[in-house]
Design a protein around this ligand. Structure first.
Ligand code: NAD
Length: 319
């Protein structure tokens, strides 16, 4: 049986093992696959794994014999699942593997905006402390989280893990979700409408999926509702934010800062206005990428394949 991994590099740049997948057939692993090479490389395979390489109607119609697509991620929009279903190709995803890692990254970003550890360390290494007349100095406002309000949009697995950390920091949590899960037992917690999240929060953190109704949820109008001292965090999906509107809001002090792990186009174009906006921290979509989370992803991808081969499909998204 031929197995092809189209773009394995971001999951496993060399610090994990493909062995559990390899043992099921002749396996070819590509680090990356350019768009025009997908069919050539996947031809003859019964099993294909993809992370971000698109498999649409055009590709699938040329891949006779393909029986299974394992998406190496939670989001599976790279695969035309209806076209796959018409051809009886099972598509699976990895529904959860990085909840704690994304929550940790959310707080890494929040702490960077409120404590500026890296900026102060850089200043010390540049000699600012050695040349200081006082025993201490700070170059940026230092902000205590205790007692502040965290507004969480999308209160699923990651949103709730972020709330756990916020609670540990002594923060009040406001949450908005279209589905109100049972949160009895949570301290300093309140369900809120979107407007309340925007007007009352000191930090607004996005944890909802990208759907037509959430696309552009961070826009000029909603940014205007936020406190001038508020911060925005996006570790979910870039298109939740209208880049131009956020850049304007930052440059005109409508809000105090933003920290983004995701952008509307990745990698970003050189002229993305957020790259040069004031008080804007940007990281290259790394919230999911701790070694622990990637190892879990690899394990679940192998579990999915083994379940499929045993005729006991799990994590299918199109059956
Ligand atoms: P989840 O499915 O557990 O939670 C999503 C929540 O959003 C659900 O409670 C759902 O009811 C809610 N929701 C759906 N539509 C909504 C709407 N219109 N308005 C408000 N809430 C809505 O998902 P999760 O595991 O918590 O992941 C959340 C998001 O995080 C994912 O969709 C993904 O985009 C993102 N993510 C990012 C990274 C990264 O590396 N940066 C890694 C993993 C996940």
């Amino acid at each position: 049986m031929k197995i092809v991994v189209l773009d394995g590099y971001t999951l496993n740049p060399g610090d994990l093992s493909w062995d559990r997948i390899k043992k099921h057939g002749d396996t070819v692993i590509y680090d990356h696959t350019p768009y025009d090479k997908t069919v050539e490389r996947a031809k003859g395979a019964e099993i294909v794994f993809t992370n971000k390489t698109p498999l649409g109607e055009k590709e699938l119609s040329q891949l006779d014999g393909l029986k299974y697509i394992g998406v190496l991620a939670t989001g599976y929009n790279v695969v035309d699942i209806e076209a796959a279903k018409r051809r009886n190709i099972v598509v699976t995803n990895v529904p959860t593997y990085g909840t704690k890692s994304v929550a940790q990254m959310t707080f890494a970003l929040i702490l960077e905006m409120t404590q500026h550890v890296q900026r102060h360390s850089d200043a010390v290494h540049n000699g600012d402390w050695t040349n200081c007349r006082d025993f201490c100095f700070w170059n940026y406002p230092l902000i205590e989280l205790d007692g502040k309000t965290m507004g969480i949009i999308g209160f699923g697995r990651i949103g709730q893990a972020v709330a756990d950390l916020a609670e540990a920091f002594g923060m009040n949590v406001l949450a908005y979700d279209i589905y109100k899960s049972d949160q009895t037992g949570r301290k300093n917690f309140k369900w809120a409408e979107l407007d309340e999240i925007f007007t009352q929060s000191d930090i607004v953190s996005l944890h909802c999926p990208l759907f037509p109704e959430t696309k552009g949820i961070i826009n000029r109008d909603n940014l205007k509702k936020m406190k001038k001292t508020a911060f925005l965090v996006n570790t979910s999906r870039g298109p939740l934010v209208v880049d131009e509107d956020l850049a304007d809001a930052l440059n005109n002090d409508v809000i105090a800062g933003a920290a983004l792990d995701v952008l509307s186009v990745e990698p970003p174009k050189k002229d993305n206005p957020l790259l040069t906006a004031k008080n804007c921290i940007i990281t290259p979509h790394i919230a999911w990428a701790t070694k622990e989370a990637r190892a879990r992803l690899m394990d679940i991808a192998a579990d999915n394949l083994e379940a499929f081969l045993a005729g006991k499909i799990i994590n299918a998204v199109n059956m």
